[in-house]
Each structure stands twice: as C-alpha cells, then as structure tokens.
Design a protein around this ligand. Structure first.
Ligand SMILES: Cc1ncc(COP(=O)(O)O)c(C=O)c1O
Length: 344
C-alpha cells in the first residue's frame, strides 16, 4: 500500500496576495500540509515510520485533516484523538472518508479536553507501541517545516519588515519568523492569540475562536522571538474575515481574520514597512458558521464593526470575546512577563 504517491506539492504552496501597497498575505489552502509532510518525511527517513505503519495524533482540526490527507495518499493508518467541541460533522466525514479512525472525547464544557485526549492517545501508544506520534506541539520539525515557505517569501516579496501570524502550536510563526529573522535581523514578529488561551499568560477557559490559542504550552512557541502579542476575540476575528472576503475576495477562515486584522493595523501605522501576514486556511470549512448569517445571529454580541485599533495593555489582562487587546511583549520569556502581570 505504501509508496503509492504523495500529496502534490502545489496543494501546500500559498498564494501571495498583495492586500495593500505595503501588506502581503500568504493565503494557504491548508497550511498544516507543510508540517504534516515534513514531520512524516523525517519519521520515515529515521525509520520511525515503516511502510504501511500507523500514526496517532491529538488534534482539533486542520493538522488532523492534513495528516489524514498525507497518510491516506502514502498508505499509513491514522488514528486521531479529538473532542466533540472541536470537530464538526462535515470535518468528521472528511476525515473518515480519508480513512482515519477517530476517538472523540465528550467535552460538554467546550474546553477541548486536552488532558483526556492525551491520556487516550497514550493508551493507543501502549497498545501499539510501534505507532508513530508526530507531536506537533513539541516536535521541532513542525517549525523546520516552514523553511521552504520562508525561502519562497524571500523569492517572491524580498525584504520583509514585519511578520504577523496566529499561534496554536507556534510552529508556523516561530518557524517562519525564526528563519526570516536570520535574513532580516530587524524583523518585527507579531503573535496573534485569543482570550482564555494560556500561550501568552491568560488563565485557561473556553475559547470560541478555534485553531489558534491553546490550553497547554507547546515548546514550539518561542516567546523570545515575539515583539508584540495581540489577543483577538471571536467577534472581531469573524468581522475581519468577512471584510477580507468583501474587500479583497480572499475567502479564508476565522483565524485568518484575526491575523489580517492585526496586520492591517500594523501596515497602516508603518507605511514604509513591508508586512507579511500568514493566513492558515480557506473559508470552505466555515461556510455553515462564519459565512452563514443565520448561524451568526446566535452568537452573543454579533454583529460588530471591524475595530481599527487594539486596546494597548501594560500587563496581561483577561478580556471579552468582543475585544482586541495588545501587549508589547519585547522578546521576553513567558515567566518574565507573567511575573510582572496581574492575571485576573
Ligand atoms: C486554522 C488555524 N489557524 C492557525 C493555527 C496556528 O498555527 P500553528 O499551530 O502553526 O501555531 C492553526 C493550528 O492548527 C490552525 O488550524
């Protein structure tokens, strides 16, 4: 079965779209195809994943889909551990049609059940110890996967002064940002997170904006690379994604909306700087939510206008789903910043 073929490279290459004179967007159909390919390549090369072997991962969405696409074409067995608050029926169907086996944890609170998911995953590994676990949160290959992207950015855009991207595992922003900063030492890196995510010091809680943010700290997030952190709530993220579609015909998901909001703000403030924003996935998966007016009326606080400016904080502070806040992170370690912040 294995060695049948591979997901075409063209599937993972982003379109570079010029949104403004000084603002470029890297629009990925499914960004996670990059780490899925790279991590599996390395595992196969190291003999950790043998022909016809099995893979297990805990995922909330797009990495699972990218793994399912890649393992299906390469002929590996895939088990995904997820939670019912994280996975919608159409995504579930797609994963199953690609041949993935799903273990879905019930999480009525909407927390994502990270700890239970990990326990279940470890049980799968105990039963079948030869199974390969990509570990996107802590595997540095997740970051290295973005080498080809950083190279294509230099080729297509040239000098970049500011990079904006969402953080979930940290792989895309820290991988791309770390490499680009090797070339452009002055590069400013802006991280986009959301309310109730622990990545930059919020206490954990239910997160309505999914795909970015986390309830555990991944080691692929390198806080010392980050100049500014922005916490974007679900409402401004949705409004910004819809504006991106309306103004530029760029049809992307909710996390792309959050990143585009922050990037447009920076580009307005710094007209002489070239800003690049990473937009991780297309809008098709969100047709029944973000792009469905009937569904949106059920979201408390909707509709909102796209905000022009974040609220600048002097320390980490919790905020609501209608808010957009910002803190000058100044390339500090997480412990350094949290030591000086009230976390209420
Ligand atoms: C839609 C979406 N946006 C953003 C991210 C964050 O990317 P990363 O895990 O590279 O930090 C993810 C991660 O899964 C995602 O699925």
């Amino acid at each position: 079965m294995t060695g049948k073929g591979d997901v075409p490279r063209s599937f993972e290459a982003p379109r570079i779209v010029r949104l403004e004179r000084n603002l470029y967007a890297a629009c990925f159909s499914l960004m996670k195809l990059l780490p899925a390919r790279y991590i599996l390549d390395r595992a196969q090369a190291a003999g950790r994943l043998l022909p016809g072997g099995s893979v297990v991962e805990t995922t909330s969405g797009t990495f699972g889909l990218a793994l399912a696409m890649t393992t299906a074409v390469r002929g590996f067995e895939l088990t995904l551990v997820t939670a019912n608050s994280l996975i919608d029926p159409p995504l579930r169907r797609r994963l199953e049609q690609l041949g993935a086996s799903l273990h879905v944890v019930e999480d009525a609170s909407g927390s994502g059940a990270q700890a239970e998911r990990l326990m279940l995953l470890k049980k799968v590994l105990e039963r079948r110890p030869e199974t390969y676990w990509p570990q996107q949160y802590d595997n540095p290959d997740n970051r290295w996967a973005y080498g080809s992207f950083a190279e294509s950015v230099c080729r297509e855009i040239g000098r970049v002064d500011c990079l904006v991207g969402c953080v979930g595992s940290g792989g895309s922003l820290c991988g791309t940002g770390g490499l680009l900063r090797e070339m452009f030492a002055e590069l400013v890196i802006l991280a986009v997170d959301t309310q109730n995510s622990v990545l930059f010091g919020h206490p954990p809680g239910p997160r309505l904006l999914r795909g970015l943010g986390n309830s555990v700290l991944p080691s692929n997030l390198q806080h010392e690379l980050i100049d500014d952190v922005h916490w974007v709530g679900v409402l401004p993220a949705f409004a910004a994604a819809r504006q991106l579609y309306r103004q530029h015909a760029v049809f992307m998901g909710p996390t792309s909306g959050a990143a585009a909001l922050v990037a447009a703000w920076y580009a307005r403030r710094q007209p002489d700087a070239t800003t690049l924003v990473i937009l991780p996935d297309e809008g098709h998966r969100y047709q029944h939510t973000l792009y469905n007016d009937d569904w949106l009326v059920g979201i408390k606080g909707w509709p909102v206008d796209v905000p022009r400016e974040p609220v600048t904080l002097s320390r980490i502070e919790a905020a609501g789903e209608g808010d957009w806040t910002r803190l000058a992170w100044a390339r500090r370690a997480l412990a350094t910043v949290t030591a000086g912040s009230c976390r209420s």
